[in-house]
Design a protein around this ligand. Structure first.
Ligand code: Z5A
Length: 209
């Protein structure tokens, strides 16, 4: 990787420790003099945050079609990419993202078992050739992650899915990580200090420090 601004994404199942990891990575980058902005998906612009609320809300009067869920994720992503991510990178700011496109491929592709061709069409239309420079995938057994998430309070619509949904999502995450460059798998079942050590090592290696 060169000295230019980078797009770094943190991925993983709920309770994997993404928020905790992002604080650590932000500190790591700022210590090295990088101008960093953090994003989250779905969300990160006023409209995208409204879409986030809609997609997470439990719907009692109708079933949310998996295709609708996917389209809402990409609608939110389009807003974020156009209004925040691309302008920030163009200004030389590092973008540190809590979830991005890999989430759609894992949750909607793996968990919901949506057609990969459909997802790829949307990826191409929304993202063009925008790809993260580095993705840190925090891998965790969904039973452990959901237990951590449960301790925080009420579960949203997606978090209320059965364990099998999250197991399929994890399998898809691992499959993508094994087949693509610039994705590093972090063992997120370890204590926080060990996860942070793995993140530091991964960043040192990727950023050449
Ligand atoms: N979604 C989708 O389906 N498709 C898409 O394209 C996108 C998203 C972009 C977003 O929810 C939902 O949208 C998500 C996927 C879906 N749904 N589900 N289900 P969100 O943003 O609200 O939730 P999240 O992304 O899953 O984040 P989270 O639940 O807040 O998890 P986290 O950020 O990974 O974890 P954390 O807050 O850092 O840690 C959770 C707790 O564990 C906390 O109390 C920590 O202190 C503790 N923790 C953290 N690390 C450790 C370790 N190492 N050991 C022990 N305890 C730890």
């Amino acid at each position: 990787m060169t000295a230019a601004a980078k797009f770094i994404v943190v991925e993983g199942l709920e309770g994997a420790g993404k928020s905790t990891a992002i604080s650590h990575i932000q500190h790591y980058l700022q210590q090295r003099g990088k101008d960093v902005i953090c994003t989250r998906e779905p969300g990160g612009t006023p409209l995208a945050e409204s879409l986030r609320n809609l997609v997470k809300q439990v719907q009692t009067s109708e079933t949310v079609a998996p295709q609708t869920e996917l389209l809402l994720m990409y609608a939110a992503r389009m807003q974020l990419v156009l209004n925040v991510i691309k302008p920030a990178l163009a200004q030389g700011k590092w973008v540190l993202a809590d979830r991005h496109d890999m989430s759609s491929r894992a949750y909607q592709g793996g968990g919901r078992q949506l057609d990969e061709a459909f997802i790829n069409q949307l990826r191409t239309a929304v993202l063009g050739d925008l790809r993260p420079d580095l993705t840190l995938y925090l891998d965790i057994d969904p039973a452990i992650g959901l237990e951590r998430a449960r301790q925080r309070g009420e579960l949203d619509r997606i978090e209320q899915e059965q364990l099998a949904f999250f197991q399929r999502t994890r399998q898809k995450y691992l499959q993508i990580a094994a087949s693509e460059a610039n994705i590093i798998v972090i063992d997120a079942s370890q204590p926080v200090a060990s996860v942070q050590q793995q993140l530091t090592t991964a960043l040192d290696n990727a950023l050449g420090q």
